[in-house]
Write a protein that binds this ligand. Structure first.
Ligand SMILES: [Zn+2]
Ligand SMILES: [Zn+2]
Ligand SMILES: [Zn+2]
Length: 112
């Protein structure tokens, strides 16, 4: 059961941005290079990943869309995800839970 629990938490942690993609191309770091951002598959990369303006702006520019490390190559959706049209669901950049908690904190400060 240990492996089931770890998979559950892995998925729960990954929240994608899903905003309308712009012209910016998603990037991958040396660790995530070649991985499909939707299904984590390393086989048959097919379509270049586009990310939204917010995710390609400022400090996010050139960052790995999966883990936020320094990006070294372009990100691709795998053949299967393109066939299932998962590549049309919007910006696939991972928005981690830590960042959204920080935003909520700032919101409270503004209100208080
Ligand atoms: Zn895929
Ligand atoms: Zn985005
Ligand atoms: Zn990475």
């Amino acid at each position: 059961m240990t492996s089931f629990v770890s998979i559950f938490f892995h998925v729960a942690d990954l929240i994608m941005c899903r905003r309308q993609p712009g012209i910016a191309i998603g990037r991958m770091c040396d660790k995530c290079d070649g991985k499909c951002p939707i299904c984590d598959s390393y086989v048959r990369p097919m379509t270049l990943v586009r990310i939204c303006d917010d995710c390609s702006f400022g400090s996010y520019a050139g960052r790995c869309i999966v883990c936020g490390s320094h990006g070294i190559s372009n990100a691709y959706y795998c053949t299967e995800c393109v066939t299932l049209e998962r590549d049309r669901d919007g910006c696939p950049k991972i928005v981690n839970l830590g960042a959204s908690r920080t935003d909520a904190h700032y919101e409270r400060q503004k209100l208080g």
